[in-house]
Write a protein that binds this ligand. Sequence first.
Ligand code: 5GP
Length: 196
Amino acid sequence: MNFLEKRILKDGIVKSGNVLKVDSFLNHQMDITLIEEIAREFKRRFDKKPISKVLTIEASGIGIAAFVAKEFGVPMVFAKKSKSINVDGEMYVAEVVSFTHKNKNQIIVSKKFLQQDEHVLIIDDFLANGCALQGLISIVESAGAVVDGCGIVIEKGFQYGGRAIRNMGYHVESLAIVDAMDSETGSITFRDQKND
Ligand code: 5GP
């Protein structure tokens, strides 16, 4: 079991509706020592790639992606959520349905901050149905940039996002993959991964 899986077992709470709450250390209160360790692990896993930018989505990806960007010594950009359909031509836009909030958002990134031929590492806290990640991938590709990889802190392997995005040929690395969880007993089962 790796450092993150241990922490999820210790402090994660399984809620009904297939939601794993990790807000005591990851996406509300943040354990910065843990986030630094997560960032170093992403650096190790994507070290051979010529990453020139880290991309994430607001809000909970930002803190994590900032530390990852520092490891790679590159800028971090976060996609903003926008309810308005009136985005001007200076933005890349994608539509994302939120798993946790069950609503639809446009996500936008200014064309100034994503250039053609850039090598992008996408970072997010969770991968569930993959909607957020697909939106980010589509933004990178609209810019003519390259998705060099996707680094996910926690993947819910019993939802289809991870499989769908790997089947599209993207390199997805998830530091913990939850294959099963039960809100009645609180039990969490992780997938065995070769990287641990
Ligand atoms: P997806 O688009 O892959 O369905 O969902 C990804 C997004 O939903 C993540 O950015 C994350 O914010 C949120 N999310 C999905 N599942 C969970 C969960 O079990 N717990 C928490 N805290 N957030 C989740």
